[in-house]
Design a protein. Sequence first.
Length: 263
Amino acid sequence: MIKFKSLKTFLASLALSVTFTSSAFAASYTVVSGDSLYKIGQVFNTSSDNLMRSNNMTGTAIYPGQVLNVPCSTYTVKSGDSLYLIATRYGISLYNLRVANNKWDNYIYPGQVLNLPGINNSGTSQNSTTSNTTTTEKPVISYSATDLDLLARLVTAETQDQPYNAQVAVAAVVINRVQSSEFPNTISSVVYQRINGYYQFTPVLNGWINKPATETAKKAAKEALYGSDPSKGALFYFDDSATNTWLWSKPIKARIGNMVFVE
């Protein structure tokens, strides 16, 4: 009986060992427009050369829809999970989690398999030998419940019928201004700021800022507060139907839905 248990234990250990070894590049990533091996490597904490070797590539050219093997652990979604909770659990940037899975909405379902960028197959960060499974992300700026509500109300007013990623980007613009020396250093002072007598955000002028925030806008605001920035560092945004030549003259950082985000 003892020998049977020992053999069973040995076989189980062997199976785990084989699984770990063979899954170094077991995760897959689907290339999207604008990708490069360098950008993908940045997300998955590897080099272009490693990606080329693991995918038997002779050059760096890639194309949208191409499926690449990438070095990271994967996670199977369970009931009650959310992208935010998964990112927090593993100490991953929520933005990177979205990029690694081309996932720009919040819908996930039990059994869905997600890439965990920067996490190896033992559940630890690829930048560290210690586990990050208990790490919790900190907000990029300090905020209160009132700040979160105000930010979410601005997002609600500015992004009706726009993609979720645009909502996160609008919130990120406010946060980018808070962090910039060119603007006030609190959420409320940025949202209500006047320059040369003009409010910076139309909803403050027309009163829409006082409308209740949607639940989606609250999630988007919180995601931005914890580091997600689809605006790519933008300080201004506007609708693509705008005719303001000064805004259009600024370097474009991102375009999401009908919204343009500029430096």
